[in-house]
Design a protein around this ligand. Structure first.
Ligand code: LLP
Length: 429
């Protein structure tokens, strides 16, 4: 359970809200997002970044979850936004984020997206590769503008995580490799573009990382590389963005490290190493997504049919599934769940929680021990705050669920449940 979840009699309650009341008021499936815990995590990260050596900025990787309401919170908390498409820039700005506080990432940003970012005055563009730098400079030249930028590097640090969410191996599609024999040439030509102000470097070594040593290793590689660039090319590296990727708790097997403990040590390490290497860093940035929001989110479903297979499996079907949470099907991700209206009842049986999509892989939880499950029961899956809503789909024309925010005693709708009309809104007959 999360700190905002308590047991009252035989019911699980979110702050002051009974899950059964939320289901009644907003319907299921329902994404529930807790603002208080999000706020707390933002301030924990911010505090942990404070230091006497250089400016730091916390960015929120908005690919993890982005709505107008989330963008509004980002702007209210005074943090920056990591965006990866013109769509995310658009939504962030609509929600109140200042484009100057955005970092625009991604490989193969389209010309239209680069032009849009420049027009919107996005603060920093994180260049993925040499061709992109070329395209960006042309766009800037035409517009007579200058753009602050970082270059994404692949420092070749292996983090132990799922193959699909590793980003820094030698064959990664992201960034330019520090091992590329042309890397100095690439950096020099970007630096020499008249319209690009190359402020520094970026890396992101992967996602859902539990080994804090990987971040230290990446920092060492990046600073060592910065020294090489400074020595060989006389190009100053003023900012390094170390990406996101801090692991979170989904199930008992996950052992995340404590950010409040780790970050001050990390900053100290970056300071020591940069001093040793003679790098005058003005700014250090990080851009977590999952670790800021994942455990603020949960999804509430209603149990439908229950089926015993001849093979010995007992299915409990829910009114959502892979269309609102693709992660189990895509990454074999695991989740914990509870029956909020039977929270004190003893475990009775092992169930497989499956969705309603036409796909055998549409299983949200394989083998979970629960009290007796009956049709009409609510099922709450925790840890769905990141990469659930943002990866939702309309497969089988199943509507994307509503989202509700809880802030203490307040609850309010931030995303309406999709209607069938919404699903076909762009269809032409
Ligand atoms: N910065 C960059 C450049 C990234 O590519 C990512 C994630 C982040 C920051 C944020 O990483 P986080 O702190 O959230 O781990 N859909 C997958 C995760 C894909 C992550 C992609 N990049 C999942 O559901 O696990």
């Amino acid at each position: 359970l999360e700190p905002y979840q308590t047991k009252v009699n035989n019911e699980l309650v979110h702050s002051l809200h009974k899950y059964s009341d939320l289901a009644q008021q907003y319907g299921t499936p329902l994404y529930i997002f807790d603002e208080e815990s999000f706020r707390e995590r933002v301030y924990n990260f911010k505090n942990a970044l404070e230091n006497p050596y250089f400016e730091t900025e916390l960015l929120f990787a908005s690919k993890s979850v982005l709505t107008l309401a989330i963008a509004k919170l980002i702007s209210e908390y005074g943090i920056g936004q990591d965006v990866v498409s013109a769509g995310e820039i658009f939504t962030g700005k609509k929600g109140g984020v200042q484009p100057s506080k955005m970092y625009f990432h991604g490989n193969n940003k389209l010309d239209e997206e680069l032009a849009f970012a420049v027009d919107q005055e996005v603060g920093t563009i994180v260049i993925d590769n040499r061709m992109e730098a070329d395209r960006l400079n042309n766009i800037l030249e035409q517009k007579g503008k200058k753009q602050r930028a970082l270059l994404r590097l692949n420092p070749g640090v292996e983090a132990h995580t799922h193959e699909y969410i590793k980003t820094a191996n030698l064959d990664s599609k992201f960034g330019e490799s520090v091992f590329d024999e042309k890397i100095e040439d690439i950096i020099e030509s970007i630096y020499n573009y008249d319209n690009i102000d190359l402020a520094g470097l970026h890396c992101h070594i992967g996602s859902q990382i539990f080994d804090s040593e990987s971040f230290i290793k990446a920092a060492d590689e990046m600073l060592h590389f910065a020294q090489r660039i400074q020595t060989n090319l006389n190009i100053p590296i003023r900012e390094i963005n170390f990406g996101g990727g801090f692991g979170v708790y989904y199930t008992e097997e996950d052992k995340p490290f404590d950010i409040a403990e780790f970050l001050p040590n990390f900053i100290e390490h970056v300071h020591e190493k940069s001093t040793e290497y003679g790098i005058q860093l003005d700014k250090v940035t990080i851009e977590p997504g999952r670790s800021l929001v994942n455990n603020s989110g949960s999804t509430l479903y209603t149990i439908g049919d229950i089926k015993q297979t001849v093979g010995g499996k007992k299915y409990a079907f829910i009114d959502g599934g892979m269309t609102d949470n693709i992660r189990p099907a895509l990454y074999q991700a695991e989740y914990e769940a509870a029956l909020p209206n039977k929270i004190n009842e003893p475990v009775k049986e092992t169930y497989t929680i499956a969705g309603k999509a036409c796909e055998s892989g549409d299983v949200v939880i394989n083998n979970i021990d629960l009290p007796q499950v009956e049709t009409g029961d609510l099922l709450l899956v925790n840890g769905t705050g990141s990469y659930n809503y943002s990866m939702a789909s309309n497969y089988n024309h199943i509507p994307i669920p509503a989202m509700v925010h809880i802030d203490g005693e307040k609850s309010y709708l931030t995303v309406k449940r999709q209607s069938f009309e919404d699903i076909i809104a762009n269809n032409i007959l």
